[in-house]
Design a protein. Structure first.
Length: 374
């Protein structure tokens, strides 16, 4: 009985796959070690949910938990702990819950620190409408690809004189070309036909001009993919009017941070949006919502974003069949509406009363225990 129920949950239902967020790598189906960064606030809870769902699905993954709380170095500055470098050196793949960064002088964003430490140059976020999750938009199917290492987030800031602060926007040809090449390769490998370069080269003629120049050059080398270029403000206007006109969008760091969140809002919010950070020798997949400390430890947190990010991770590792099973189960539960209440964006995390996938998995596991006793 339990096996039949499990098959219904994660095998027999019609698949609704997201596009793979990254290129599949040639990993075998043998058990693989993955770095788990549980994170802060609700992070440990949703990370545990993912672990239990993976176990129920039989995914061949073992986890190595790592705390990335900064440690003070001999230079007096705070740094990522050595263990994260050791773990990622072994696994090359990580899954990360939400991280809190104290506001104020002397504290660097941990998310930014991880991207820089492991040279994760492209942030990939598929945004696709989910059946059973009602929003004003019903046919969203696009992917944002954000340059992840420079731009306004380079962290180059200083006070010129009292009351005047300067922030430097760093754009390089190497980084711009690299993310553009990734965007076109992603489009081709995932049967998408259009790449749109998002920019403000009409105002920032040198910095965004260089980014756009690199995109144009790469487009000339990939004639099989349609190329468009569009101002950021025009993209935002058109996106809320008709998101179906967009396919793959590539952009500098700051624009990607803003636009990817806007796109997440079209499908229900950050709580249902997966994300992956891709580097040349590894990747870290993540939930991009906040830590929600007000409900931490209360078993109210919704694990959807981290779970769908883990599906991206499985596909990246070449474990596509396991990713499809877990994703199908997630979408089935959302369609049923059994545990997920109607909600508005990330605020749903405050009203979700059960970790819906975990509850369903626990039900299956409990049946198996009863059958064994019987």
């Amino acid at each position: 009985m339990a096996r039949r129920l499990l098959r219904k949950l994660i095998v027999d239902l019609p698949a609704q796959p997201w596009d793979p967020a990254v290129l599949s790598r040639n990993f075998s189906s043998e058990s693989r070690l993955v770095t788990m960064i549980p994170g802060d606030g609700i992070g440990p809870e949703i990370s545990e949910s993912v672990k239990q769902i993976f176990s129920a699905a039989g995914a061949p993954i073992h986890w190595e938990d790592v705390d990335v709380t900064p440690v003070k170095g001999p230079d007096g500055n705070f740094h990522l702990p050595q263990k994260i470098f050791e773990s990622m050196g072994k696994t090359e793949v990580g899954l990360k819950g939400p991280l809190a960064t104290p506001v104020g002088k002397g504290h660097q964003s941990l998310n930014l620190a991880l991207r820089k430490a492991f040279k994760l140059y492209a942030n990939v976020r598929p945004c696709k409408s989910i059946e059973g999750y009602q929003t004003p938009y019903t046919d969203v199917n696009l992917v944002t690809i954000r340059e992840n290492t420079e731009g306004e987030y380079s962290g180059i800031e200083h006070e010129v004189v009292d009351g005047v602060v300067q922030s430097i926007k760093l754009i390089t040809e190497d980084a711009s070309r690299r993310v553009a090449e990734y965007a076109f390769k992603y489009a081709r490998d995932n049967n998408r036909d259009t790449v749109t370069a998002v920019h403000k080269a009409n105002i920032m003629r040198m910095s965004d001009g260089l980014f756009l120049k690199c995109c144009r050059q790469v487009a000339e080398e990939n004639k099989d993919i349609r190329f468009r270029e569009m101002y950021l403000d025009t993209v935002c206007l058109n996106m809320v009017q008709d998101p179906t006109q967009f396919d793959v969008l590539v952009m500098p760091n700051l624009y990607g941070d803003i636009l990817s969140d806007l796109c997440a809002g079209l499908i229900g919010g950050l709580g249902v949006t997966p994300s992956g950070n891709i580097g040349e020798s590894g990747a870290i997949f993540e939930s991009v919502h906040g830590t929600a400390p007000d409900i931490a430890g209360q078993n109210k947190a919704n694990p959807t974003a981290l779970l769908l990010s883990s599906v991206m991770m499985l596909r990246y590792m070449g474990l596509t069949s396991y990713g499809d099973r877990i994703e199908t189960a997630a979408f089935d539960v959302i369609r049923e509406g059994k545990f997920l209440q109607q909600c508005d964006g990330f605020e749903n995390i405050k009203i979700v009363k059960k970790v819906y996938l975990l509850e369903k998995t626990k039900h299956i596991l409990n049946i198996e225990k009863k059958e064994k006793k019987g």
